[in-house]
Design a protein around this ligand. Structure first.
Ligand code: UD1
Length: 442
């Protein structure tokens, strides 16, 4: 039994959609929040399963998690005073990749942590050697045993740390630990993503002294204690980008609101390359995307920020399956991010993957099929494909999509997309649902 999306494609998405808070920012920020023994209020929290799991995980180690308004899941008050266990090893922890932020947060605050190894999407090997290198440089002993990372330090002492690869997770994790270390830590070759800046700003509000976040050199002057704060999470650039792609792929006209257009520059530039129109609102907090003509091919290479984000690769690939000409999409961050290619082929796309590059020959149209979401972003991409395709598409394993998109189907429906979330018990059930929708199409 699982929930699946059933999509009747062909409607251009039209209208306005409000973008939620950034999931990847929120994970770092919630970890930071437990480092204070005072109330930390976090606003604009996305209501997605990764966040709910993370909140459960910190509750289980003793942090207080309170929703000031029980009807509003977007504002939460955290207090880390009651933390009794420095061992975070439970089902919730194992489900989320960013559970590793608890290592940095607990190590920084208590100089000790034991955290179950991260889960998350299977998009590649996803080593955490740079995190470990950072903690060791600060003086911690780090070892892995039975799927748990144990870290402990007599004292954490600031150091200069050069990251061998630009890693968002390692940058944030080292920032967390180093904010309560003695002396100065310098992270060289740091990640520059907007959520790195957001976490640094949150820590600074809590009394940390972090400078240079958003550049490749971050300096962290350790403090003894962090205090309460009130922070609003930045809008989710990937959710915004996903709706921008959905607008382009369905030849619709969508305005994404509550966004920071500067965070969307690489996405906007590519859409414009492909012949879509993009307009920034005068208020600088909304972007309109529309595609009056067929999209044209382009070349994409994923890179760390400010380059083109790997988390937008699959959604763009879907747009390119419908664009005129041949496109090349090269993935340089995660080795396993083309798992959606076979699924798109089932829908009539013409693409082949060789090593780290997908060659996409645009087709005039896609047709509905039953496809499986393999990871969060690829799942969203398949939904876009379904919305743009003729006929009915069923997307299986939508639990991946629910990890990172808040009220996805509701937002799509508000733009005129025909998408339904259905609990399916078995193949027969799925067939019946498909037939029902296919009959509606006829
Ligand atoms: C974060 C995002 C994810 C996004 C990715 C890249 C979160 C919760 N997730 O993932 O959505 O796709 O950034 O923008 O914020 N690497 C190492 N050693 C390490 C760490 C990373 O070799 O210790 C490599 C990875 O295999 C990958 C690259 O560095 O090739 C970038 O990974 P990283 O930025 O760390 O990704 P995550 O933080 O896991």
């Amino acid at each position: 039994m699982e929930e699946q999306y059933f999509i009747k494609g062909g409607n251009p998405l039209v209208g306005e959609v409000e973008i939620s808070g950034a999931k990847n920012s929120a994970l770092g920020i919630l970890a930071a929040a437990i480092m204070a023994d005072e109330d930390v209020t976090v606003r604009n929290l996305p209501d997605v399963s990764d966040i709910r799991n993370f909140l459960e995980a910190i509750r289980l180690i003793g942090a207080q998690v309170v929703y000031p308004d029980p009807d509003d899941p977007h504002v939460v008050k955290i207090n880390g005073r009651g933390i009794q266990s420095l061992e975070a090893n439970n089902d919730y922890i194992r489900q989320i990749r960013a559970s590793y932020y608890l290592i940095g947060a607990l190590l920084g605050k208590y100089k000790e942590a034991a955290v179950a190894l991260p889960g998350g999407c299977a998009i590649g090997a996803r080593p955490i050697n740079q995190h470990q290198k950072g903690f060791r440089a600060l003086g911690a002993d780090v070892h892995i045993c039975n799927g748990i990372i144990f870290t402990k330090a007599e004292r954490l002492i600031g150091k200069s740390i050069y990251l061998d690869v630009v890693s968002v997770g390692a940058t944030i994790n080292i920032m967390l630990a180093a904010s309560m270390a003695e002396g100065t830590t310098i992270i060289e070759n740091a990640a520059k993503e907007p959520h790195v800046v957001d976490v640094a700003q949150m820590l600074n509000q809590m009394g940390a002294d972090i400078r240079g976040a958003g550049t490749s050199r971050i300096r962290i002057y350790g403090v003894r204690k962090l205090h309460g704060a009130d922070h609003e999470i930045i809008p989710d650039q990937i959710e915004a980008g996903t709706f921008m792609c959905a607008a382009a792929a369905t030849r619709g006209d969508v305005t994404v609101t509550h966004v920071i257009p500067q965070h969307l520059e690489s996405i906007t530039a590519k859409l414009v390359d492909m012949g879509a129109m993009v307009e920034v609102a005068e208020t600088n907090d909304a972007l309109r995307v529309w595609a009056p003509d067929r999209l044209v091919s382009t070349t994409i290479k994923t890179l760390p920020h400010p380059g083109f984000p790997t988390d937008m690769q699959s959604q763009f690939a879907v747009c390119l399956t419908l664009a005129e000409g041949t496109s090349l999409v090269t993935e340089t961050i995660f080795e396993n991010r083309f798992q959606y290619a076979d699924e798109l082929t089932k829908m009539g796309a013409n693409l082949t993957v060789e090593g780290t590059t997908a060659f996409i020959q645009g087709v005039k149209g896609l047709t509905g099929a039953t496809v499986a979401a393999m990871d969060l972003r690829a799942g969203a991409a398949l939904v876009i494909a379904g919305l743009a395709a003729e006929g009915v598409t069923c997307v299986e394993h939508i639990k991946y999509i629910q990890r990172g998109y808040e009220r996805f189907e509701e937002k799509i429906r508000s733009l005129g997309g025909d998408i339904r979330r259905v609990t399916v018990h078995d193949r027969e059930d799925q067939k019946r649902e498909l037939l029902k929708l296919q009959l509606e199409v006829i």
